[in-house]
Design a binder for this molecule. Structure first.
Ligand SMILES: Nc1ncnc2c1ncn2[C@@H]1O[C@H](COP(=O)(O)OP(=O)(O)OP(=O)(O)O)[C@@H](O)[C@H]1O
Ligand SMILES: [Mg+2]
Length: 151
């Protein structure tokens, strides 16, 4: 299934992220046995981190979500959610094998986790096919095409 949305500003991109977080909470779209893995794919500045901020708001994460470009991996505990942890990763400029050395295999196995990966297409060789893919395209200064690809 492919759902295409056009976001006209940052707030609408936050809303798109919140919609995904809500759907994950409902449980219906998580088919895989391990973590709920979300791959965010699209150019620099296409809105991936803003989308994650919207997910964080919906999941009531109080800490400010910043781009993990230099830290690679950030984790946030969740309260009042069916999940217990939210992981935010950024694969930009990182080799997949270095990324995996962070202990991601265990995180990927944990049913209690949501794992959101910016530039997840760079990890596609190690990710299973039943992940949720979100593709971002810059249409113009303010508009972004956001496509949810759910199998
Ligand atoms: N509709 C929109 N949705 C999201 N961001 C928008 C939108 N319109 C303008 N922007 C701007 O585009 C930029 C998006 O930045 P963001 O950090 O989310 O991109 P990114 O895809 O995570 O990039 P990177 O690959 O560098 O991590 C921000 O500066 C934001 O203000
Ligand atoms: Mg980013």
């Amino acid at each position: 299934m492919k759902i295409s949305l056009i976001s006209q500003n940052v707030k609408e991109t936050h809303l798109c992220g919140a919609i995904l977080a809500q759907a994950l909470e409902e449980g219906g779209i998580v088919k895989n046995k391990g973590a709920a893995i979300v791959s965010l794919e699209g150019n620099l500045g296409s809105g991936k981190t803003e989308f994650v901020k919207g997910m964080g708001q919906a999941l009531k994460i109080k800490k400010k979500i910043l781009s993990p470009t230099f830290l690679l991996l950030k984790s946030y505990p969740l309260k009042g959610s069916r999940f217990s942890n939210f992981y935010h990763l950024d694969c930009y400029r990182v080799l997949a094998k270095n990324m995996m050395s962070l202990g991601l295999e265990d995180i990927f196995k944990d049913k209690q986790s949501i794992v959101v990966i910016e530039w997840g297409d760079l990890l596609k060789n190690v990710l299973k096919s039943d992940i949720i893919r979100i593709k971002f395209k810059v249409l113009n200064k303010k508009e972004r095409l956001i496509e949810f690809v759910i199998k």
